[in-house]
Write a protein that binds this ligand. Structure first.
Ligand code: ATP
Ligand code: FE
Length: 336
């Protein structure tokens, strides 16, 4: 089965082609335009998708070395995400499905981040059911219990900011460009994680997360120190980044430990853009020996937004004959 998948939920236009559960190509056109604005500008994102979609589809077909008449289905991101961005991908997917007379499959972006683990690739292993997935991205922070490919239950989630936002907003306070998450990761590698400490937020439900307080604590900490030394940030950037990253990682691990205790499930996966973070990947790997967990760490390429993850959900839905009709609409917010 050949599936062409389109991801256009935010600022990257992605097109992938899968042969069953194997990825033949995974093309992503990044949008540079947003970094100068310090965040994604929805209006500009939709426009860039509109420009990118046709060339990226052509490039994907070329890279996979197949003809469009060989495709068996078109999968696309139906949400959650930015409405204008989703509309470009969904409209294109519908047209292609109509023209080629092949099934159309709408995919939930968050389910796709999780099922990216099921892509057949020598650099990652498939988790057995049930497993827990810490889904950490730019818009979400959840602990999800996965019972099968289609049955997922959120058992904990953020009550305010997502982890990706915590990284990006902290980076902004430090004067780093958007998206700051990868930069904090980079500088942290040279810093001391115990140089500074930030108090960890409390939540009513022990499996929920809260990150807005941490952002404020970091802001006050920086303002106070800059008063005493205007060069505080430049002089201590590595230590500050390492300490922020250490605090965030500790919060995530504490919650995961509670979730394992509550569910008695020890197969633990991470997914989403923030699962690219080297410290989080390292600590989760160490948890295998430390707590007896089995950790599932996605291949780097499948952490941040990409269409291969949409394609793998498309493949499982295709096997289950879960098709959508052409009247399907994208939505900014959807649940599992
Ligand atoms: P969602 O998936 O919730 O709709 P999104 O698709 O915008 O949101 P992703 O693309 O999955 O989010 O993830 C992007 C986020 O990942 C950004 O906040 C970015 O800073 C963060 N991120 C990427 N790499 C790293 C890293 N190495 N360390 C920390 N954060 C990172
Ligand atoms: Fe995402």
């Amino acid at each position: 089965t050949y599936i062409l998948a389109i991801e256009s939920s935010c600022d990257d236009t992605g097109v992938a082609i899968l042969h069953n559960d194997k990825v033949l190509c995974n093309v992503v056109a990044n949008q540079e335009i947003h970094s100068q604005y310090g965040g994604v500008v929805p209006e500009l994102a939709s426009r860039a998708h509109q420009q990118n979609i046709v060339p990226v589809v052509h490039q994907a077909l070329k890279q996979a070395n197949i003809d469009k008449t060989q495709l068996n289905a078109i999968a696309f991101t139906k949400g959650p995400g930015l409405m204008g961005s989703l509309l470009v991908g969904s409209s294109f997917a519908k047209s292609m499905s109509l023209a080629l007379e092949i099934p159309l499959i709408g995919v939930n972006h968050m389910q796709a981040h999780i099922l990216a683990h099921f892509i057949n690739d020598k650099n990652q292993k498939k988790p057995p059911f049930p497993f827990l997935c810490l889904t950490i991205s730019g818009g979400h922070t959840q602990i999800v219990k996965i019972k099968d490919h289609f049955t997922m239950e959120v058992i904990g989630e953020t009550i305010d900011d997502a982890v990706g936002e915590a990284f990006d907003k902290s980076a902004k306070i430090l004067g780093l460009p958007y998206p700051g998450g990868p930069l904090i990761d980079k500088y942290a590698q040279l810093g001391n994680p115990n140089a500074y400490s930030f108090t960890k937020p409390k939540t009513k439900n022990p499996l929920d997360f809260s990150f807005s307080g941490l952002k404020t604590a970091i802001l006050y900490f920086i303002q106070k120190n800059i008063k005493e030394n205007p060069h505080f940030v430049e002089e201590n950037l590595n230590d500050i980044c390492a300490s922020i990253q250490y605090t965030i990682t500790s919060i995530l691990m504490e919650k995961l430990k509670k979730a394992v205790k509550q569910t008695q499930i020890k197969h633990i996966a991470i997914a989403g853009g923030v699962s690219a973070n080297s410290e989080i990947r390292k600590v989760l790997k160490e948890a295998e020996n430390k707590y007896g967990w089995t950790s599932y760490i996605p291949k780097f390429e499948y952490t941040m937004d990409n269409a291969a993850m949409i394609g793998i959900v498309g493949y499982y839905k295709f096997l289950d004959k879960q098709f959508d009709d052409l009247g399907i609409t994208a939505s900014a917010r959807i649940k599992f």
